[in-house]
Write a protein that binds this ligand. Structure first.
Ligand code: HEC
Ligand code: HEC
Length: 366
């Protein structure tokens, strides 16, 4: 019996060593492609050919998004100013960086970034990969140099192998950090709010029976608000906030100021005709992303809608011609207050997608 036991365990050991030799010798297949679940009513996503999504890359990007080592004093991660409960934005008007310096713009919600064609309120980054380089070195944000950040990751017990698994070769650099975070950000898709049910219903998409039940539960008030939102004779929001992404890819001045303390797009291009124009933001999860506008000037959705109803400044330089009711101060000249006003606010509240906010795949893994 004893002998058989020894022989068996020897065979087992030999088996294990052959298996592990094979494992070492088999050429690595490289990272595993990641399959994105794109909602049926969304357009396809353009993913750069030099940064395909992989399971290992997305997981690494998530870890890096939440990694305080990317900041000068190891206290701040991307998630500090882009946190889940605020739909990956910041509820402070301006975010405070690690040195205590305060920025001048409101943190943007990170949603459906894979469909964006430019980034930041003034569009100063043309790609997601480029955008990610900036907060790390920004003195009002993470205030770290890339060589320092990379060397901290290199000395870490986990990162060197995670980078190797994600990119199929050893080595860590800032390009790989930005590629991995970009992969993660492209997986952050929000497409399951009550608004999505309304959108699909109105645009002839087949609803499942549970979606039909959800449709029936959406208030008459919100449905009326959607009608007004989309109608040119109504609240006329549709020129700029439209489609499943609830935005167009453009810069626009929606008539808030007679003079600009922040030039917006004009500050980047130097073209005075672009002064006061900002990126048209998505309205998804808008109830969670207060305060509002590039400078966080409005605390509530009521404040925002009040602007569009009564406070649009016709003489704001470069005002968007699509602010069709600017000459009468806004859409409040023909819509009722408070009824139509409340309907629009109710519609804006249908854009909340708690599945997105609570998605376990987006939370801090560290
Ligand atoms: C100190 C707070 C802070 C930190 C930390 C921070 N951000 Fe931001 N983020 C902002 C602010 C504020 C803006 C808007 C800035 C602007 O438009 O000038 C922004 C904008 C963005 C945008 C543009 C979104 C769009 O729709 O155009 C992306 C993407 C983004 N941040 C990702 C990140 C990533 C990734 C990190 C970590 C590497 C990060 N942020 C770290 C505050 C922060
Ligand atoms: C002509 C284009 C245009 C039209 C029409 C328009 N918006 Fe906007 N909207 C913008 C721009 C541009 C911003 C960002 C402005 C800024 O920050 O300076 C914005 C911002 C917002 C925000 C704040 C978003 C955030 O993340 O802070 C809300 C909410 C909003 N709009 C709702 C509406 C509603 C409701 C209507 C219709 C009554 C409407 N918009 C009509 C262009 C437009």
């Amino acid at each position: 019996m004893k002998k058989i036991g020894v022989v068996l365990s020897l065979m087992f050991l030999i088996g294990v060593s052959i298996w592990s030799c094979n494992k070492d010798q088999t050429p690595d297949d490289g990272p595993t492609p990641y399959t994105l679940q794109i909602p049926s009513h969304f357009p396809p996503m353009d993913i750069p050919a030099d940064n395909p999504l992989t399971v290992e890359g997305v997981a690494l990007g998530r870890k890096l998004f939440w990694e305080p080592m990317l900041s000068g004093n190891n206290t701040m991660s991307c998630g500090t100013c882009h946190f889940p409960a605020a739909s990956f934005s910041d509820t402070n008007q301006f975010s405070t960086g690690i040195t205590g310096a305060v920025g001048t713009r409101n943190s943007m919600a990170l949603i459906n970034l894979g469909w964006q064609q430019f980034f930041f309120w003034d569009g100063r980054s043309a790609t997601l990969e480029d955008q990610i380089f900036r907060p790390v070195t920004d003195p009002t944000e993470m205030n770290e140099t890339w060589p320092n950040a990379v060397s901290k990751l290199q000395q870490d017990s986990e990162y060197p192998s995670l980078f190797e698994e994600a990119f199929g070769e050893p080595g860590i650099d800032s390009v790989k950090v930005s590629k991995a975070i970009a992969q993660f950000l492209r997986t952050m898709i929000s497409g399951n709010s009550d608004f999505d049910i309304l959108y699909k219903f109105n645009n002839g998409f087949q609803l499942t029976s549970s979606e039909m039940a959800r449709y029936a539960n959406i208030s008459i008030e919100a449905k009326a608000g959607y009608g007004l939102f989309e109608s040119q004779a109504g609240a006329d929001c549709i020129h700029c906030h439209q489609g499943p992404l609830m935005q167009i890819q453009a810069y626009s001045n929606n008539g808030m100021d007679l003079a600009f303390s922040d030039l917006g797009r004009g500050g980047v291009t130097g073209d005075p005709l672009e002064n006061g124009k900002f990126k048209v933001p998505t309205l998804r999860n808008i109830a969670l992303t207060h305060p509002y506008m590039h400078d966080g000037r409005f605390q509530t959705l009521e404040d925002v809608v009040f602007h569009y109803f009564f406070e649009v400044k016709q003489n704001s330089p470069n005002i968007d011609p699509n602010m069709e009711y600017a000459h009468v101060g806004g859409v409040g000249d023909h819509l009722s207050y408070p009824q139509n006003f409340n309907e629009i606010v109710a519609f804006l509240n249908t854009m909340t997608d708690m599945d997105f906010v609570n998605n376990p795949d987006f939370q801090d893994p560290n």
